[in-house]
Design a protein around this ligand. Structure first.
Ligand code: ATP
Ligand code: MG
Length: 396
């Protein structure tokens, strides 16, 4: 564990807020990750300063969520989310009104947070503020709601997905009362925007133990409640962990009972993710007919080939498998990996044929490319020239 929290810039943000007379602490995931000894993805700061006051202190700020009290502060090229202690009062502690403002505010702020492990704060001096047993739960590797789990999931059902996400990312267990409440409130997930679910699922699929999350998802009945979205959760375990988020989505969508392209639209997959999925569908269609030939190995990226091979085998377990490392080795030993490696250009074709350019040029580049990949001609300018001149005259 590092001895002092955060980068110099993040400490400077907290210090400047304090110097201006406000309370400011580090909160949320960054504190959790610091205690766990892992790199935080982003650093959140909670402060008693109002957004306008935060903006007066720092010269570079972006209003990313003023309505929620959040200002993005840019310092030394690093972004920090600075959020005003939220005192909307819904969860305020009315029992002890005499408590000093700072404690009350920070407590209220921490109380609205989802899980005890995410409700830790840390001062600039490195003092941990742990009002809900977050440290104990971190040590026990437990995901537990702050307050009444059922109420917390009723307030915001996305937290159900956040719990699943953390179970995968941190490889933690979900505490029993929290899990029971997730099961009870899971039907509410239908109201949550797909983009928000997508962003949690991205992290879940990329986590160190997605299988834990899939098991919990089944326990709380997601495949039965939302079969059109999560029927694949029954079988995804066979393919996890995933090499990257693209793989996870491709497996999840392909194994689902509904149409992958429709799901890709619903979950608003990025163009890159949609492209990967499309390539995978094409590769799978080929693989359903036969083993990959050299040209298939050339045309599809290795990860497309690997994941479609795995999915194919899971669907037809009795078929003869081609080991993934053999696919990789065969692809690696192809004469070329990319068109740019061909020993000729379109201009050569014009010169060799004495013709004007046209659609035929790209057609012939592809014909020669295929011949090179399938080892019918050597990737050598002279050999290609001879072959091309002969073939083109023959085809006329
Ligand atoms: P990551 O490592 O992915 O950034 P995180 O825990 O920091 O994880 P964020 O989405 O960055 O998650 O949110 C920052 C903090 O805000 C959380 O740690 C938690 O305290 C609080 N939070 C975020 N979303 C919710 C929510 N839906 N309900 C309650 N608290 C939330
Ligand atoms: Mg965060």
């Amino acid at each position: 564990m590092k001895t002092s929290f955060g980068s110099a810039a993040s400490r400077s943000v907290v210090r400047q807020l304090a110097e201006a007379g406000y309370e400011a602490v580090f909160v949320g995931g960054a504190v959790r990750d610091f205690v766990l000894g892992t790199e935080p993805t982003d650093i959140d700061i909670a402060t008693s300063a109002l957004p306008e006051q935060v903006k007066e202190i720092f010269s570079h700020t972006i209003d990313i969520g003023i309505a929620h009290g959040t200002v993005l502060v840019l310092l030394e090229g690093e972004p920090f989310e600075v959020t005003t202690f939220r005192t909307e009062g819904t969860y305020s502690d009315h029992r002890r009104p005499e408590e000093v403002f700072y404690v009350t505010s920070l407590k209220e702020d921490l109380q609205r947070r989802d899980f005890t492990i995410n409700a830790l704060a840390m001062t600039l001096e490195g003092e941990l503020v742990d009002l809900f047993g977050g440290l104990q739960d971190l040590n026990d590797q437990l995901i537990r709601c702050v307050g009444s789990p059922e109420e917390r999931f009723r307030e915001d059902a996305l937290r159900i997905f956040r719990a699943l996400r953390f179970s995968s990312v941190l490889d933690f267990r979900i505490e029993q009362d929290t899990l029971d409440a997730m099961k009870k409130m899971a039907f509410e997930l239908g109201h949550i925007a797909r983009e928000r679910i997508k962003s949690e699922l991205d992290k879940l699929l990329n986590g160190q133990n997605p299988c834990t999350a899939f098991r919990y998802s089944r326990e709380i009945g997601l495949p039965e409640l939302f079969p059109e979205l999560f029927s694949s959760f029954e079988r995804l375990e066979e393919f996890a962990p995933f090499r990257n988020v693209r793989h996870g989505w491709a497996a999840m969508l392909t194994l689902s009972e509904s149409n992958p392209a429709k799901l890709a639209r619903q979950f608003k997959l990025s163009n890159e993710e949609k492209h990967f999925l499309k390539q995978m569908e094409e590769a799978s269609a080929i693989r359903n007919q036969r083993l990959y030939n050299d040209l298939d190995l050339y045309d599809f990226p290795l990860d497309v080939l690997e994941i479609s091979e795995s999915i194919h085998l899971s669907q037809y377990p009795r078929e003869k498998a081609e080991p993934l490392d053999q696919i990789a080795a065969r692809k690696q030993s192809l004469p070329i990996q990319h068109r740019s490696e061909l020993a000729f250009t379109g201009t050569d074709l014009l010169q060799w044929s004495g013709r004007r350019g046209g659609k035929w040029t790209s057609e012939w580049i592809r014909i020669i490319e295929e011949a090179v990949v399938c080892r019918q001609i050597e990737n050598d300018a002279q050999a290609i020239k001879e072959w091309f001149v002969y073939e083109i005259s023959r085809k006329e």
